[in-house]
Design a binder for this molecule. Structure first.
Ligand code: 5RP
Length: 217
């Protein structure tokens, strides 16, 4: 199976988790894109979706699912999204698609976060995937210097402006043994909007496609 076929397969496995749910939280990325396409088959049952990016919102509208404002809907029952790395504790690195801040907001506002990914995303220790940080543009160099003090190698994701009009720094060379501690430290740097470590609020259920098999943990 290709990686794209594995993404489609795991997206299919998430569908039972949203059957009967009126308003669904929706993430961003190629795996989530498959999931959104599959939602089209029963869109009449779906009241709407809260989306983590302009890209996902556009696709949702295209297939006929209304995009709702999180402020208007309150707590969400279920949020479905992908990840860049997943450890055995369901802690994640996210933000490869630059949507980490809205993703983290929706995860925080949801009762159940279902993470969907192909098997290549599973790791023992987070950090091989460069850790994305969304920063206020004028703070970019300052934040980068603070990251160097923490032992990371920051790289500005040039030509990337987030949906919130901010910049992204990708941090290389991290071996993240204490994700919750590092998440708090980075979030505390002035100028950081959000770090793509989902540790204090990890996923609740992880679905992973490995060949024909779907592993759930
Ligand atoms: C976007 C994300 C995505 O969930 C993550 O990058 C995984 O993407 P894909 O499903 O394309 O592998 O965090 O900000």
């Amino acid at each position: 199976m290709t990686q794209d076929e594995l993404k489609r397969k795991v997206a299919e496995a998430a569908i039972p988790y949203v059957k009967g749910v009126g308003i669904i939280g929706i993430g961003t990325g190629s795996t989530t894109r498959h999931f959104i396409e599959l939602l089209g088959d029963f869109k009449a049952d779906i009241e709407g979706a809260v989306s983590s990016s302009e890209a996902s919102s556009e696709l949702l509208r295209k297939i006929g699912i209304p995009v709702l404002d999180l402020n208007a809907v309150g707590t969400l029952e279920v949020y479905v999204d992908g990840a860049d790395e997943i450890n055995p504790n369901k802690q994640l690195i996210k933000g490869g698609g630059a949507a980490l801040t809205r993703e983290k907001i929706i995860a925080a506002a949801s009762d159940k976060f279902i993470c969907i990914a192909d098997g290549s995303k599973c790791v023992d220790v987070l950090g091989a995937f460069p850790l994305p940080i969304e920063v206020i543009p004028m703070a970019r160099s300052y934040v980068a210097r603070e990251i160097v003090k923490l032992g990371g190698q920051p790289v500005w994701r040039e030509n990337c402006v987030t949906d919130n009009h901010n910049h992204i720094i990708d941090v290389h060379n991290l071996n993240i043994l204490e994700p919750t501690k590092l998440e708090a430290i980075i979030n505390n740097i002035t100028g950081v909007v959000c770090v793509g470590l989902f540790s204090a609020r990890p996923a609740d259920v992880v679905l992973v496609s490995r060949g024909e098999e779907i592993v759930t943990f």
